[in-house]
Design a protein around this ligand. Sequence first.
Ligand code: SF4
Ligand code: SF4
Length: 468
Amino acid sequence: MPEKYHIATKPVPPRRPRIGKYGIVDWREDCARCHNCVKKACVYDRHRDEVKYIRNLDSVDALFFDCMGCFSCVQDCTKNLLCLSINPEYEKLGNSYWTPEIIQTTWVQAETAKIPVSGAGYGGKFSGYGFDSMWTDMSEIVRPTRDGIHGREYINSAVDIGQKSSFLVLNGDNVVSPLSPILSIPMPLIIDRIPDKYALPKLDAIIVETAVKTGLIALVDAKKWPLTGVDADKCLPHIAFYFASDATMLPREILEKTRLAEIEDDRNVKSRIRELKQIHPGIVVTVRVELTAGGIQRAIDLADEDVEVIHIKADSNGQEIGSEHPMFIKDMIRNVHRTLVEKGRRDDLTIIAGGGIALPEHMAKGVLCGADLVSIELPLLVGLECHLCHQCGDSHTCPAKIQEISLSYGVGRMTNLISAWHDQLVELMGAMGMRDARRLRGDVGRAMFFEQLEEEAFGRLFGNRLQA
Ligand code: SF4
Ligand code: SF4
């Protein structure tokens, strides 16, 4: 059995007061001072925690909101003195896509490296926008792949990046057909560049160190090299340089230590790929295609031009860029994947999909829709207690004080988050009866889509839903 992919983690507590969803308001007046006060019965011990918290409070705007919202104390208080309240700071987190729930669950994973537990039953909506209108088929949950999660078998989350040959030409025992370089990474995830809006110089070093620690690859703008505080020999195998159209090539001795590079899509794509391959024949080159109105077609056209990897990228909310009626990333991935399958070109290239990948389930769903792997950036920033404020920059006081973070805090939190994502991928694959992440790609038979189910159930009765 191959050695299991394992990420070493340890808890990294938050630097800032927790911004939970619920808090308890205790009216106190008319308290009967019951001997068996319901506060003592809180299984999470939140009332005692609150007392300790208040003793050490150094900022009046950081009240204690860390209740789990189980309602036990609220319901059982004989004088009805306790009531549950929702934290207004919690409701301000993120935006309509990066919801407070997503941000808070990311914080918990970055702190503990554990899979978040929401309690018995799912209290949310049946279906929603984007990835929430897609479900994975967990009907294999009792099958032997469950053993992979608990150690007796191996669930392989590794994927390959590069062009796979569809046939081999042999001369005796020798393979004579050209073989393209391929690199394997331990889970279907690479780390993308943090958008300029949120970028801080120290984040690059933290992200690169995290890539080394997790065995993944991080995209770094070639214009920023060399990064301060980074051991080049250790980090370069985990760095993929991004070359914008106007970026100059890096020296051979630097490039030769890397395994992947990304170039901006332009008319010179082919010559830039050739240039990179001449310097370092073993490098895999990906072309970044922004998913604007013509993005899907451009990705499909590039596949005809013998490009080995395409990185399709929606905006940070997973939407088509610059469109009034944008498609969502899952539909765009399916479109590109299906068209390439129909053309018989799908196995000739790797598709990396990014934009709107906010939760580990999105990683798995992106792959089920047809991507080989996904790219993420904002979840790692959120892991550092970022609120994803509407404005971020010099004129705005950062509530997460991101500029004060240390390397060990940043790397620890990002590593924890990636480990929790990996564990959830393995859980999900185990429940789906899948032992190899490569087999997840495009396997929509293992997924259910709300629109499709609705049409099958009600289309003949009520007609089809009007599309925007
Ligand atoms: S609602 Fe539940 S978790 Fe919150 S303080 Fe009361 S008993 Fe504890
Ligand atoms: S928390 Fe700080 S880094 Fe995050 S968006 Fe707000 S200002 Fe920017």
